[in-house]
Design a protein around this ligand. Structure first.
Ligand SMILES: Nc1nc2c(ncn2[C@@H]2O[C@H](COP(=O)(O)OP(=O)(O)OP(=O)(O)O)[C@@H](O)[C@H]2O)c(=O)[nH]1
Ligand SMILES: [Mg+2]
Length: 206
């Protein structure tokens, strides 16, 4: 177990930022044929999770203020798989036009990126699923994208509440049986749940 975890950490230690792109069309193609992405409402913890997975503090830029990530940010792991940090959706404080433009960027990426193997949809465990998440689930299902759910910030809720959230999400997933894969949980201060997500991404890369 310890050596497996060491291998995982070595895998994720080999990481590099490939760039920030305003459209899926701009992401360079390479021999890398594998890709996973992180999506979710603004401030749910997508960029923080990428830093936890790679055990770095600043690979992906994070912020207390929602709306930090404004483009498609690409991180290459061990020359094997791209991890994509997407902007958040559902943030009310940016202008309508800016919000629509970000949504187009996300949707076009999800619909068209042919190297995309798996989507991690992040849900704040304290907030639960919102209408904007349902819209995203419907998009993933319409595009036949395989996805997993990650319940984030579990340090903020009780175990009982966490179990409640998991049950209600699993029941909602009855509507998405063809695309839904698994549910994960995470918190990025003590890195709880991170190894399981690392394992899943490593599995995708092979
Ligand atoms: N308590 C707690 N806070 C977290 C956790 N993960 C992230 N945060 C905090 O949540 C805030 C938002 O984190 P980000 O990683 O920037 O969120 P994001 O989803 O990338 O946000 P956008 O780029 O704006 O869409 C920051 O203040 C983080 O410190 C967690 O596991 N627990
Ligand atoms: Mg972000």
């Amino acid at each position: 177990m310890a050596s497996l975890n060491k291998n995982l950490n070595n895998f994720f230690n080999n990481n590099k930022f490939l760039g920030s792109f305003q459209s899926f069309k701009e992401i360079p193609y390479s021999d890398i044929k594998k890709e996973c992405c992180f999506i979710g409402r603004s401030n749910v913890g997508k960029s923080s999770l990428i830093n936890s997975l790679t055990k770095t503090k600043k690979l992906a830029k994070t912020s207390k203020t929602p709306g930090r990530t404004q483009a498609i940010n690409v991180f290459l792991i061990s020359e094997k798989i791209n991890m994509i940090d997407l902007p958040g959706y559902g943030f009310a404080k940016v202008s309508k036009v800016a919000r629509e433009n970000l949504m187009i960027l996300i949707e076009e990426y999800i619909e068209n990126r042919d190297t995309l193997d798996h989507v991690f949809l992040l849900i704040d465990s304290k907030v639960g699923i919102k209408n904007s998440d349902i819209d995203m689930l419907d998009l993933l299902s319409d595009c036949s994208r395989k996805f997993s759910i990650i319940l984030t910030k579990i340090d903020k809720i009780s175990n009982n509440h966490l179990e409640y959230q998991k049950k209600s999400i699993l029941s909602l997933m009855q509507n998405y049986k063809k695309s839904f894969t698994k549910i994960y949980q995470s918190e990025t201060k003590k890195n709880n749940g991170i190894t399981e997500i690392q394992r899943s991404i490593y599995g995708l890369s092979q």
